[in-house]
Write a protein that binds this ligand. Sequence first.
Ligand code: NAD
Length: 283
Amino acid sequence: MQIKKVGVIGCGLMGRGIGEVSARAGFDVVVSEVNQQLLDKGLAAIDASLAKGVEKGKVTEADKAAAMGRIKGTINVQDFKDCDLVIEAAIENLELKKKIFGDLDKICVKDAILATNTSCLSVMDMAAVTQRQDKVLGMHFFNPVPVMKLLELVKTIATSEETLSAAKAFGQSVGKTVVTAPDVPGFIVNRLLMPFLIEAVRLIESGLATREDIDQAIVLGLNHPMGPLTLADFVGLDTAYFICNAMYDEMKENRFAPPVLLRKMVTAGQYGRKSGKGFYDYK
Ligand SMILES: NC(=O)c1ccc[n+]([C@@H]2O[C@H](COP(=O)([O-])OP(=O)(O)OC[C@H]3O[C@@H](n4cnc5c(N)ncnc54)[C@H](O)[C@@H]3O)[C@@H](O)[C@H]2O)c1
């Protein structure tokens, strides 16, 4: 199937990025929010991101105007009815995502592909509330979407090859390199990343190494662009904690169990960069 019109549910951090790259690639885009205020904020963020691209000489004024012209904001889910692909990027809550998939299944044309940008939830659980399990998959973009090159496509036991190949073609047309991942918690990237991040937290928790030494060791010893504690602060400690718990709940393996220190930091509101304090101070 050919994808021409793309819907994006949620215009937060990820939704606005997915909307931006889709519009820049020439797709008509509908993006939704829960209210007009959040929608205006999200659309303004897309405009600002494109303006930054113009400043850096990566986008022309004409391309910016054309991309913005292709994006329609809405707070009415009925506006997704004629989309060929809808990517859900609402908050990470399975009950909410199931409700959204149930609604989309009733509203969207029968051939439309329904995708979720979930970081760790079961895609099959979302597919199961629809009458089109073969047309549901995960499309896991990375933050910031306009910059990060990877797109993980998450194939459930019910996703058809046709759906997967249409999603692959779409991903490539928005400039991403596509990998196919299984519908297991963490997919590929977070399954490898989370045990690594929480092992760094355990080193801190047990007082065996300093945060600076841990980060420097990984940056200089493994050539990573940033150390695991800096990265954990960037991802958000609340997000990392949520993902680890989801992985542990499903697989009951100790390597995914979040350390007590991580839970205490989240309880204290120390979420990392976004709250001004995590393993480092950002105030
Ligand atoms: N932040 C990341 O680094 C990252 C990376 C990959 C995947 N994800 C996943 O992407 C999804 C979105 O994450 P985010 O960081 O953009 O969160 P966010 O909180 O920045 O944005 C989510 C937005 O969805 C909106 N929303 C909630 N319910 C809605 C509904 N019914 N209809 C329309 N909009 C609705 C919220 O108002 C909010 O603005 C989550 O599933 C998350 O796990 C996040």
